[in-house]
Structure formats: structure tokens, C-alpha cells
Design a protein around this ligand. Structure first.
Ligand code: SF4
Length: 285
């Protein structure tokens, strides 16, 4: 799908800046940090500088917006793959304001703002600001503890068109049931993305975890997107492409077990329960 993005659920990616600070277990193997280091940029940590961009970079979404208007097709923009839009630092205040202006100027684009700092979002927005309808607001939840902590903040926001979760890297079973029905504000989780971790130090994902999320979403009629198995895949599904990889057994709390093998995300694919899950929320704009 990606026009100029390699992330399958978006058309474009836009980064208002690069750099961040790790905040939870999902950040342990942050690919953005690794990628920036590979390019010789030390941008991660509270005292390191952030990398900012030229006007030419900021003009790109204006072009995407013109193209979307011309083609009469809405396009999704993932923001940000190399930062967290709601990181709390004085030097990011102006850049974030510039981003909000850009979102207002690009009504043919749907902006996916994904953050692990959902508890800080309200505080970081200008006074009285409400997200426009071309914002989809999301938070990462990698386990039950982060789900319990972050989702309640996400569901405080009524103005984005979509409230979504990225359950990637999925590090434990998560029960989302109570968040898939509307709360007293009329808000619920409108879309769930799940996936396992990729890269050499990846933590194995029990295949039962994304399968349970898919079932919870199906029951609640909430769209579900399975992005990838990641580095580890269920042996029963990938036995024909396994070569030297030694399977490991995951022993569950209930005593049952499953074997997964480190075969890399390319070979592991993204088939869950016999099919691809590419569901997206419907929006009316
Ligand atoms: S919040 Fe995102 S960009 Fe920041 S350290 Fe964590 S994974 Fe990396």
C-alpha cells in the first residue's frame, strides 16, 4: 500500500522532528533510535538534541494534500515514526504548534497521531484546542498494565474521528473488552492494530495473544489490523520455511504450551487464523 511509506497501514509518514526518550517496555528495542544511530545521529535521551527539518520538508504534506484532493481519495499520514509528538520539552512547543497548523491546512489527509504519552496530550495542546476531524488519535499498549494506564486517557478525547490502539510490540495478553464499547462520553476504541516485535533482540509473542485481540474486536464489531508476526512465528504455521532456527516453547500460565521460531519478519508473514486482517475504521468527513 505504502506510496512513500513502508508501513502497510498508512500512505505517508511525516516526522516533525527526530528524537525521543524511552518510556516503557515497548521502547526497549526502539527501531527509530537504532536507525538514527546507524545514521550517526545521537538523538535519544532527555539531554540530547532533537533533529529539526527545513521548510521543504514541512511543505511535503501540502503536496500530498493537493494530490489527495485531485484524486478524490483520502490519504493517511502516520505521524511520527521517529519521535513522539507529545514528548514534553520546551524546544518542541513551537514545532508541535506548526504541526497542528499543518494538519488544519491539509483537510484531505487523515493524520494518525500515535503516542505513548497520551496522558500528556491535553496539557501539550494550545488552550481550547480541539482536534479536527482529520485526526486519528492513537496510543500504544503493549501489555495489560499499559492498556489500563493509557486507554482511559485516549477515551477522554471526543473530537478525533478515530481513537485507535497500536498493540505492537505485543508483550502479553490484553483484555480490551471494556474499551470496545462506548463510555459515558460516547467514545470507544475504534480500531486495533496488533503485531509482534521485529529485529534481532525481539521478544517472542504467544500466537494466542493477537488471536484473542482479533476475537474481542470481532465480537465488538471493531476493525482489526494484524500488521505482522514479527521476528517470531508459530511453528505450526511456518514449518515449511524453517531451516536452522530452533523453536522455543512458550509455556502459558494455564500450563498449555506453543512453539515459536525466530525466522524473521519477512518469512513469518502476517497470516493470523488463516487470513490477513486489514480492516480499517470508516469515517465520514
Ligand atoms: S516513544 Fe516511540 S520513538 Fe520514543 S523511544 Fe519509545 S518507541 Fe521510540
Amino acid at each position: 500500500m505504502g506510496k512513500d511509506s513502508r508501513i502497510e497501514w498508512t500512505h505517508h509518514t511525516f516526522n516533525p522532528w527526530w528524537g525521543c526518550v524511552k518510556v516503557s517496555a515497548a521502547c526497549d528495542h526502539c527501531y527509530a533510535d537504532t536507525w538514527a544511530k546507524r545514521l550517526g545521529e545521537g538523538l535519544w535521551g532527555p539531554r540530547t538534541p532533537r533533529r529539526f527539518f527545513s521548510d521543504a520538508h514541512w511543505k511535503e504534506p501540502l503536496r500530498w494534500n493537493r494530490e489527495a484532493a485531485r484524486d478524490k481519495v483520502r490519504r493517511r499520514v502516520f505521524c511520527a515514526s521517529m519521535a513522539d509528538v507529545f514528548e514534553n520539552r520546551p524546544d518542541l512547543v513551537e514545532e508541535r504548534r506548526r504541526l497542528l497548523d499543518l494538519i488544519a491546512q491539509t483537510p484531505h489527509l487523515d493524520w494518525l497521531l500515535l503516542t505513548k504519552r497520551i496522558h500528556l496530550v491535553r496539557k501539550q495542546l494550545p488552550k481550547g484546542y480541539e482536534f479536527p476531524k482529520n485526526v486519528w488519535l492513537g496510543t500504544t499498549v503493549e501489555d495489560q498494565a499499559t492498556a489500563n494506564k493509557r486507554i482511559r486517557h485516549l477515551l477522554e478525547f471526543s473530537s478525533p474521528s478515530v481513537r485507535f490502539l497500536s498493540c505492537e510490540p505485543l508483550l502479553s495478553a490484553i483484555d480490551l473488552t471494556q474499551h470496545l464499547v462506548r463510555n459515558d462520553r460516547g467514545n470507544r476504541v475504534d480500531w486495533v492494530i496488533a503485531g509482534g516485535e521485529s529485529g534481532p533482540h525481539s521478544r517472542p509473542m504467544d500466537p494466542a495473544w493477537p488471536a484473542a485481540l482479533q476475537r474481542q474486536c470481532a465480537l465488538a464489531k471493531v476493525p482489526f489490523h494484524f500488521k505482522q508476526w514479527g521476528h517470531w512465528a508459530p511453528v505450526e504455521q511456518v514449518a515449511d520455511v524453517m531451516k536452522k532456527s530452533t523453536p522455543i516453547r512458550v509455556i502459558r500460565q494455564d500450563g498449555t504450551e506453543v512453539s515459536v521460531a525466530a525466522i524473521g519478519k519477512g518469512k513469518a508473514g502476517r497470516v493470523l487464523a488463516g487470513k490477513h486482517w486489514d480492516q480499517f475504521p470508516r469515517t465520514v468527513l
